[in-house]
Design a protein around this ligand. Sequence first.
Ligand SMILES: Cc1cc2nc3c(=O)[nH]c(=O)nc-3n(C[C@H](O)[C@H](O)[C@H](O)COP(=O)(O)O)c2cc1C
Length: 166
Amino acid sequence: MDALEAIRKRRSVRQYTGDPIPRQDLETIVDAGRLAATGSNRRPWDFIVVTDRALIDELKKAAEWMDKAGAIIAVVLDPSSRWWVEDGSAAIENMLIAATALGYGSCWLEGYTLPCEQEFKLLLGVPKEKRLLTLVPIGVPVEWPQIEKKKLSKVIHWEKYATVNS
Ligand SMILES: Cc1cc2nc3c(=O)[nH]c(=O)nc-3n(C[C@H](O)[C@H](O)[C@H](O)COP(=O)(O)O)c2cc1C
């Protein structure tokens, strides 16, 4: 699958079969994350790949449906970098696209993760000064969601946002 095809196909997948994911594929997904654009080339990220069922059992407090994920990637950032959120977001999107290209479902799980950040940092041994931005569950999809996107014609503007009538 080429990059454009994967970008078009990507959707948040929240139902997995429970099948394991080969280590090589998980490495490919994280590799896509570490190759993302990053402000001032700071690369303020670390990625924790969690496949241990006992740890997944704890992390699924954030979202019960992660139970059947083959792995959960915890995205850790150094907030001393001015663009840590942007950098983390770029890395996450790259990983979602890479997962899609490999045929896996994934989801950007930030809203549900932040309330548990301190607890999960302790669980995963993340240093105090770092932030746990997001969990990215990866799994073999049960089905591929069909969710409508805004039409290109509704969001694209050529030259100016709007013509101002004087
Ligand atoms: C910053 C951010 C936070 C998100 N947090 C969550 C979350 O906590 N739980 C969840 O199920 N999905 C979460 N999502 C996924 C969005 O719900 C999803 O991307 C959106 O509904 C569009 O659907 P799509 O990803 O299938 O295109 C998050 C996405 C982003 C970009």
